[in-house]
Design a protein around this ligand. Structure first.
Ligand code: KIV
Ligand code: ZN
Length: 512
């Protein structure tokens, strides 16, 4: 790989999913993977196949669907894990095994209960085993940020001899600070005799808010792959945010002397998609993808920007995909235009039946809303990906009443396994009443962990996209629903989550 290319390894679907409450279904992972491919991410880490059958199936589905990015699967340094990961990525046009073992004294002694020499043997065996199945093998030293440098040199030299092509240095617990982390990378590259045979990678966690700074310092020290996630999702305080890494490197070419192949105009769409699917909102002042990231409030700033944009702007909002609220379709648009726009958005519709159903919903929405934006189409199609078998519960009709001085009321008709049920409830507000009425029929006994509502586009006729997170007996699911009526959107989101609980498409967080 040429020295001036910085590879972006996205782990939203694996480390990102390890955020408590961020677990995703296979369909959701596929949608995100397609967006990552469109954004031209080099490597998509699709999951940890040995963690569960659901994870295996998701990795396999991503491996089947993705053509222009490498699909990586994580595995511990065990033959059984690696064999499962190899099986999952078999259909990939370009696949990678990412195997890891802990190398810090505390992890080796307290967690692995292994002697350092045995850890080196396990690492060698794992890489050898993986290389028998595939050429592209990445090795990670878990907790490298707290590992002894001499030991790191020995284990890394050994795995390079076995054929590892990428060496990843994770700051697993987010303990490092930039100068020290960069020095660690420099030392490893200088001291390991065969270090020039591999690509050096970093994977930083954000416990001290330094994940991006540490990753970028490592790039200056010679790292040529950064592992990161959309919106900085990930274990605990998260991972380095992809959008910040990519835009820092792109904006400060003078400092980094390398660049990514990312299509930055896809960043905001990716951010919105991940936020919508996980229900983790993006803070307004978040760099690059926050709603205020390009907003100028003070008079002095506004005046400066109007006179000469670069007085206060170092990047252009449109370069990261803001202002994409283009009018794309309206109520007079036909089926051909609808289909063509979906294709342009990278949304594949593989059956006429699904297309017809989607087109009917599009017409209904266009009647209510007149102007349909790309974001509306994404939301509409994410509703459509629910297959009839996944849809045990379905909202047939609803009515809500909210009047000053009266308790808000909801009435719903719900189909459950094909049989219609009618229920009525009051609540502290109409959303509360609607969810209570649904619960009267379903009696799921689940706990509502999160309820959030976001306007998909601008204007008071915008669709509201609602996310709910439910928990039942240790299982956590997210549900989404979109509608111009936010009470209906809330009911849809709640029913979507109930369907996931019912069909078992959710899974536990695959904690390592
Ligand atoms: O944080 C970490 O150490 C990891 C490894 C498995 C790469 O996620
Ligand atoms: Zn991690």
């Amino acid at each position: 790989m040429s020295k001036d290319h910085l590879a972006i390894f996205d782990t939203t679907l694996r480390d990102g999913e390890q955020s408590p409450g961020a677990s995703m279904t296979r369909e959701e992972k596929l949608r995100i993977a397609r967006q990552l491919e469109k954004m031209r991410v080099d490597v998509i880490e699709a999951g940890f196949p040995a963690a569960s059958n659901g994870d295996f199936e998701s990795v396999r589905a991503v491996a089947e669907a993705i053509k222009d990015s490498t699909v990586a699967a994580l595995s511990r340094a065990f033959d059984k894990d690696i064999a499962r990961a190899l099986e999952a990525i078999k259909p990939a046009r370009s696949g990678r095994i990412h195997t890891f073992i802990a190398t810090s004294p505390i992890h080796m002694e307290k967690k692995l209960r292994m002697a350092p020499e045995d850890v080196i043997v396990a690492a060698r065996n794992a890489v050898r085993f993986a290389r028998n199945g595939i050429d592209n093998v990445e090795f990670s030293c878990e907790d490298a940020g707290r590992s002894e440098l001499d030991f790191l040199c020995r284990i890394i030299e050994a795995v390079i001899e076995e054929g590892a092509q990428v060496i990843n240095i994770p700051d697993t617990v987010g303990y490092n600070v930039p100068e020290q982390f960069a020095e660690r990378i420099r030392q490893l590259r200088e001291r390991i005799p065969n270090s020039d045979k591999v690509t050096w990678s970093v994977h930083c966690h954000n416990d001290l808010g330094l994940a991006v700074a540490n990753s970028l310092a490592a790039v200056v020290a010679g790292a040529r792959q950064v592992e990161c996630t959309i919106n900085g999702l990930g274990e605990r305080a998260g991972n380095a945010a992809l959008e910040e890494i990519v835009m820092a490197v792109r904006t400060r070419q003078d400092v980094f002397g390398c660049d990514t192949r990312i299509d930055t105009t896809q960043i905001v769409s990716a951010s919105k998609m991940v936020s919508g699917i996980t229900g983790f909102p993006v803070q307004p002042n978040k760099a690059i993808v926050g709603a205020n990231a390009f907003a100028h409030e003070s008079g002095i700033h506004q005046d400066g920007v109007l006179k000469h944009r670069e007085t206060y702007e170092i990047m252009r909002a449109e370069d990261v995909g803001w202002n994409t609220n283009k009018l794309v379709l309206g109520k007079h648009s036909g089926r051909t235009a609808f289909k063509a726009r979906l294709k342009e958005l990278g949304i594949e519709v593989d059956s006429e039946q699904v297309l017809n159903a989607a087109f009917t919903r599009f017409k209904e929405l266009a009647d209510k809303k007149h102007e349909i934006f790309d974001e509306d189409l994404h939301a509409l199609m994410s509703d459509e990906v629910v297959t009839p078998e996944d849809e045990y519960f379905r909202l047939v009709s609803s009515a809500f009443r909210s009047e000053t001085g009266e308790p808000p009321q909801a009435e719903v008709t719900l189909s459950a396994g094909g049989r219609e049920h009618h229920a009525r409830a009051t609540g502290s507000g109409p959303v509360d009443a609607a969810l209570k009425a649904i619960e009267t029929v379903v009696a799921s006994g689940s706990e509502l962990l999160l309820y959030s509502v976001n306007a998909i586009t601008t204007g008071t006729d915008a669709q509201g996209e609602v996310t709910v997170r439910l928990s039942k007996a240790g299982r956590i699911v997210n549900g989404q629903g979109a509608d111009t009526d936010i009470i209906v959107a809330s009911a849809k989101a709640y029913i979507n989550a109930l369907n996931k609980l019912q069909s078992g498409t959710e899974k536990l967080n695959p904690q390592l």
